[in-house]
Design a protein around this ligand. Structure first.
Ligand code: AR6
Length: 174
């Protein structure tokens, strides 16, 4: 069952001992606040160095896309940086873009032989995506992806706030 591979945790994603943690970045890949700030702060400058190389090569990261770097001093092996959509009322393709973040991050994890992946609640902070809808998109997209591969053994949803934690708990126990 794909749901056996999905876990919800309340905590700080920088502490996760997994193959890859996902970062809710922005298109510049040059860092920011929220989870992005925490990942660069704890992971150290090696992550930004890798991001700069990616920017030099491809000029940043589009909304919904994902790129991979070292995890620097973090316990994870890699950081997958994805760019969530900024909520703009829901008629600008935000839902599909958010689903692409989860899909493209998992595809990149698979390419790099990552079997365990931790996600934050992408776009639900500074980018203001409604939390309930975001949680539903995240869980459905991950379930769909896991149904198509045996290689990914575990997906953690790491919730930082109580509201997201309860939403994910409810969705995944239903
Ligand atoms: N571990 C897990 N989740 C966290 C952590 C943490 N250490 N810190 C915050 N969160 P946000 P966004 C949660 O704003 O909405 C940045 O400046 C937080 O509670 O980090 O995608 C980027 O550079 C929320 O539920 O990301 C972009 O400019 C979730 O992470 C912009 O913010 C996402 O909140 C991206 O905005």
């Amino acid at each position: 069952m794909v749901t056996d591979k999905i876990e919800v945790i309340k905590g700080d994603i920088t502490k996760m001992v997994v193959d890859a943690i996902v970062n809710a970045a922005n298109t510049s890949l040059m860092g920011g606040g929220g989870v992005d700030g925490a990942i660069h702060r704890v992971g150290g400058p090696a992550i930004l160095e890798d991001c700069r190389k990616i920017v030099a090569r491809q000029g940043g990261c589009k909304t919904g896309d994902a790129v991979i770097t070292t995890a620097g001093n973090l316990p994870a092996k890699y950081v997958i940086h994805t760019v969530g959509p900024i909520w703009n009322g829901g008629n600008s393709g935000e839902q599909e873009k958010l689903a692409n973040c989860y899909r493209n991050s998992l595809a990149l994890a698979l390419e790099h032989n990552c079997h365990t992946i931790a996600f934050p609640n992408i776009s639900t902070g500074v980018y203001r995506f409604p939390k309930k809808e975001a949680a539903s998109i995240a869980t459905n997209t991950v379930k769909q992806f896991l149904a198509g591969t045996d290689s990914i053994k575990s997906v953690l949803f790491v919730c930082f706030d109580e509201e997201n934690y309860q939403l994910y708990k409810d969705l995944l126990s239903a």
